[in-house]
Design a protein around this ligand. Sequence first.
Ligand code: FE2
Length: 259
Amino acid sequence: MRLSEDNKKQFENLGYIKINKFINDQEFYKLCDDLNHEIDKKFKENKDKIMQMGGSLIGNVNIKPGKKGELIWNYLKKNNIENIISNLTGISKNEFQVFIGGNLLFPFPKSYNQIFHTDGKKNPRKIILSLCLKEINKNNGPTELYEQSHKDEIPYWKFIFKYLLKRKYQLNLTVGDIFIREAFIWHRGTRNNTNDSRVLINFIISEHKNKNLNYNLSDDLSFFDNMFESNFRGKIKEFINVRLKPLYFFYKFFRSFLN
Ligand SMILES: [Fe+2]
């Protein structure tokens, strides 16, 4: 696939691009299906441990997909993804550092909307390529984001005034689609209203080695904290976020005046 000038302009202007049916291959679909089952099985087997992790009250924990995640990345590479990302972002592909991760949303009624946030700061720049293992639609926790919100580095209170009345973009995906966005765009994970857990695979591409990311690829599929730490302080913060949402909102809002 070749990118048009319009694709590049869209990415620059909106902060994202979605490419439908980027991979159309039965073997790839089977790989996604197998990984989805593997993650679901491990989630069910380790539920007690996962329920203690940061993010478990919101119902959204991080995953490392292990070996099969690497196989998916190899599929993308076979389809020229490195040149496409380089073309879109201007980052030379020799400078890519790729971290293979993702997140899992708990089944209904155990997940909640996240608060709007950016994934890290504007610098060092990171690009996130997302794909699904099973369809993601309005019912099972699509990511929501605000177009063009990647352009300026603004505090939370300014974000609220500038964007909250604007229309949100909702990311629906079918297997084979890819979605590429600036990590630094305001977004949130939303609630899963179905009885199945839902997985989003994320490839985080960083311009230079980013000390906040653990690039040690592990062969094992594993789960880890998301947004909140699993210590006492993290649990309190997450509890307030979930159960006392208006309070958490005011805390974030007024605290951002100090930044
Ligand atoms: Fe995020």
